[in-house]
Design a protein around this ligand. Structure first.
Ligand code: NAD
Ligand code: DAU
Length: 350
């Protein structure tokens, strides 16, 4: 039996990881720790309420005393660390909260894990979830990022994630803390906060609102269905080699403007509108500052070592995703209105 602390489990990817682990490993104890920032929403995990191997703790990963007590009282032996400030645009206007949570919060977790585990690292693991953005930006013709690509972050968000990755490696090299890191490309799927491209645009198309395309819409991202990311995390957690880094990606590059046209077509079709109805919503706006041109991941290490491959074709993933947001308008409305925060703040405190 393992006692697994998952941080950021009320967020987008974290909620899928928590669900997978709670359902797949009933003998393990899964503790979801989340500060419930604007991006954390326990409605993402409603189906897990009452499961005997699941519990929730509302806390900040930066709080040393809480983390220290949690490691000893709950006998934490493994950490899957997803909690972070995750939106690039917010990092441009408020870089300090990114440094605080992503850098200092990660350092605090590493330190409390090290202190709690002493020198007995048997069956212990600190798994840090990172991003492909730490590698910087590719040209249209560059080969995809590998695990040895030099770090070259450009946004305050990616700089904070790069810094946290360095701290994780430093704790392995200096103290032999058993760590593993994965760097994943853009995720999409249910429960993503509608400030990110795909859920924002699905919602806007539905409501006939403008679609703010940054620059000329030529930037490229490599999209992976979120449940495929969760499966990769499961594999790496159980079978990844200590001290190693694994890249995770969708083998699925899309120019933003082409992806947006697929979204428009899919939403219009599912809502019974004539094809092309929502094309007029496309609105080119000022580019994001420091906007990385292209991300693409070479995931062959993960495929060769652990046999992972994305399970879903993009067409199927997008269809599923659009249907989910159209079928879950109440979830979207609660998130866009902020009602979800008031509800859970009443339950757990601000
Ligand atoms: P998200 O913003 O949806 O969720 C982040 C969660 O962390 C929220 O529930 C939030 O309440 C919680 N949190 C924030 N600050 C906290 C703090 N100080 N203490 C405790 N909890 C806190 O993010 P996401 O998109 O699910 O990303 C999760 C992780 O995966 C992040 O580390 C991110 O860098 C990484 N990642 C994301 C993507 C992607 O495409 N979304 C791709 C690769 C890697
Ligand atoms: O690559 C992994 C990263 O993917 C994660 O580490 C981040 O946490 C996650 O937010 C995501 O970052 P991006 O910046 O790539 O995602 P976002 O959805 O914000 O933007 C995707 C692309 O769409 C990007 O090129 C910017 C563009 N865009 C985005 C928004 C929100 C627009 O053109 N208009 C928009 O309104």
């Amino acid at each position: 039996m393992r006692h697994i602390l998952i941080t950021g489990g009320a967020g987008f990817i974290g909620s899928h990881v928590v669900r997978l682990f709670v359902n797949k490993y009933p003998e393990d104890e899964i503790i979801n720790l989340d500060k419930l920032t604007y991006a954390g929403n326990l409605a993402n995990l409603k189906d897990l309420e009452g499961k005997p191997n699941y519990s929730f703790v509302k806390s900040d990963i930066c709080d040393y005393e809480v983390m220290k007590n949690l490691f000893s009282s709950r006998k934490i032996d493994s950490v899957i660390h997803l909690a972070a400030e995750s939106h690039v645009d917010r990092s441009i206007t408020d870089p300090f909260s990114f440094a605080k949570t992503n850098v200092l919060g990660t350092l605090n977790l590493l330190q409390t894990a090290k202190e709690a585990w002493g020198s007995d690292f048997k069956d212990k693991l600190f798994y840090h979830i990172s991003t492909d953005e730490v590698y910087g930006s590719l040209s249209f013709t560059d080969a995809p990022f590998t695990e040895t690509t030099r770090y070259d972050p450009h946004s305050p968000y990616s700089a904070s994630k790069a810094s946290s990755d360095h701290f994780v490696r430093a704790f392995h090299d200096t103290y032999r803390l058993p760590v593993v890191i994965s760097n994943c490309s853009n995720n999409y799927g249910p429960y993503q906060f509608p400030e990110k491209l795909i859920p924002l645009f699905i919602n806007n198309i539905r409501h006939g609102k403008p679609l703010p395309v940054y620059g000329k819409g030529e930037n490229i991202r490599d999209w992976l269905y979120v449940e495929d990311h969760a499966q990769a995390i499961d594999l790496i957690f159980h079978r990844g080699r200590i001290g190693e880094t694994y890249n995770i990606g969708g083998l699925n590059e899309w120019k933003n403007i082409d992806l947006i046209k697929v979204l428009i077509k899919t939403v219009d079709r599912l809502l019974g509108r004539a094809e092309g109805t929502s094309d007029k919503l496309i609105t080119f706006v000022t580019d994001r500052a420091g906007h990385d041109l292209r991300y693409a991941i070479d995931a062959s290490k993960l495929t060769n070592e652990l046999g992972w491959k994305p399970s879903l074709q993009f067409e199927e993933g997008i269809e599923r995703t659009v249907r989910w947001y159209l079928d879950n308008q109440v979830w979207l409305d609660n998130v866009t209105s902020g009602d979800y925060q008031q509800y859970y703040q009443k339950m757990y405190g601000a």
